[in-house]
Design a protein around this ligand. Structure first.
Ligand code: BG6
Length: 468
């Protein structure tokens, strides 16, 4: 669509940045924190574990001051469940409460709106030992944990996100270190997470008026590889499973029909207990937070193709499922150093489709470029590639706003360097460089990257000045 005149970014737009507790905090064994699945998982041999991360636990004041210097209006971060309740469902750890009180107060002191994710890949290890999300008791533990957060922090935190990228935990749980199992196991866990989210949303609305709550999936447009109607259908099925299953539930309180049918066809449909349908129907989001890095492309994948290639239905439906679809490279998009396709226009498509389906205010809670950075002898980081990526995506956000979508914030990943989910510290995303390597902690000193100064200018001009 062409616009005679672009709409400006709204006043009070939440320009900010994003992190998650286990990837940035460190202090893994401090302050009474219990272990999460991220602390006990086996990390790839050539990457760091999460014990120290960026040591935000000890540097939070300095880091939030740097966010404020960039002009952040919002900081989206997650709370570690195991700092608040070390065993997941037992005693409250007041030291953990104190830590997040301090972080929230520091944000507010600096004029930054705290936007909190309740759960970002870090299920308490003690709950994982009791079968994690496969066990319905985890739903109760989650709802209690959420109520504690709303109660203790809701006087200062208005915007809450339930579960970060539940769809990625379902599609690539093994890579993220969250969970594995048969397809049926995985979708049963998913069902329990959906119930937990619905219960948390309902409790938030009934018991804590004034707070706003939404989901935080990773949403991306799914292109058919060709205009062959079979490819178009394949893309639609994959999108139903990847995207709409999560948002239909968060907004309408029902399973996406196509996704549920697919799950039945592949013998992975969740088992409902009495009352589940009603519980799900009650949970309604106030806004949609979503993460976007890249688009997806899909082709029809027949059973014959799979047999010929000796292909398997290896339970990894993110790659493909014979008889339905499979993901393929786009073919016309550049890829990053780490192999991710870059598709800024896809972000505009994604926003527009989401807004026309759900009509709720949207906030982008992750988007960014993971790349190696070099610290020069004079303490500079020339990350033009990151500026380029962000610039192109912000342009598309403004185009989507001009198309008619309601977007109220942009919080790219990541506010500061942190550890990638499975590719170590060398894959950096931040505006602020943290001087450490995967196996050499150095001094963890903070340096402003070129993108830091650029983003400051973007925020100051409320998105008018995107020039380098
Ligand atoms: C999102 C996650 O999937 O992508 C983050 O919410 C993650 O936790 C980010 O770090 C980038 O992915 P990766 O694998 O490069 O760390």
């Amino acid at each position: 669509m062409f616009h005679k005149e672009m709409k400006p970014f709204p006043e009070n737009f939440f320009w900010g940045g994003s992190t998650s507790a286990y990837q940035v905090e460190g202090g893994a064994n401090e302050g009474g924190k219990g272990p999460s699945v991220q602390d006990i998982k086996e990390v790839p041999e050539d990457t760091s574990d999460f014990t120290v991360a960026s040591d935000f636990y000890h540097h939070y004041k300095e880091d939030i001051a740097l966010f404020a210097e960039m002009g952040f209006k919002a900081y989206r971060f997650s709370i570690a469940w195991t700092r608040i309740i070390p065993t997941g469902d037992g005693e409250i750890n007041e030291e953990g409460i104190d830590f997040y009180n301090a972080v929230i107060d520091e944000c507010l002191r600096q004029g930054i709106e705290p936007i909190v994710t309740v759960y970002h890949f870090d299920l308490p290890a003690a709950l994982a030992e009791k079968d994690g999300w496969r066990n319905r008791e985890t739903i109760e533990a989650f709802v209690r944990y959420c109520d504690i957060l709303f109660d203790r922090f809701g006087d200062r935190v208005t915007y809450w996100q339930t579960i970060n990228e539940q769809n990625m935990m379902t599609l690539v749980g093994a890579v993220l270190g969250t969970s594995t199992g048969t397809l049926q196991d995985i979708y049963q866990e998913n069902h329990h997470m959906l119930l937990a989210q619905a219960r948390a949303m309902t409790s938030c609305h009934e018991n804590f008026p004034g707070l706003k709550i939404g989901p935080a999936p990773n949403i991306s447009v799914v292109y058919p590889k060709t205009n062959d109607p079979k490819d178009v259908l394949a893309a639609e099925t994959f999108s139903a499973l990847r995207n709409w299953l999560y948002l239909d539930m968060a907004v309408y309180g029902v399973y996406n029909a196509q996704a549920l049918t697919f799950l039945k066809e592949v013998d992975a449909a969740p088992v409902f207990e009495e009352g589940d349908k009603e519980t799900l129907a009650k949970g309604k989001a106030d806004f949609i937070a979503f993460n976007y890095y890249s688009s997806a492309t899909v082709e029809f994948y027949s059973k014959e193709m799979a047999e010929k290639e000796n292909g398997s239905s290896d339970q990894q439906i993110v790659r493909g499922y014979p008889g339905f679809f499979r993901q393929v490279p786009h073919g016309n998009l550049e890829t990053t150093e780490f192999g991710w396709e870059v598709d800024p226009v896809g972000m505009r498509n994604t926003i527009n489709e989401m807004y026309s389906r759900y009509r709720l205010p949207l906030i982008i809670t992750e988007n960014g470029l993971g790349q190696r950075d070099t610290l020069s002898a004079d303490g500079k980081i020339h990350d033009d590639y990151r500026i380029d990526y962000l610039q192109k995506h912000i342009e598309q956000v403004q185009l989507a706003i001009s198309d008619g979508a309601e977007v109220f914030g942009y919080c790219p990943w990541s506010a500061i360097d942190l550890i990638s989910t499975h590719e170590g510290f060398r894959k950096r995303y931040g505006f602020i460089f943290v001087d450490r390597e995967d196996f050499d902690l150095k001094d963890l000193k903070r340096y402003r990257k070129d993108s830091f100064y650029w983003y400051k200018k973007v925020i100051e001009s409320n998105g008018k000045d995107l020039s380098k």
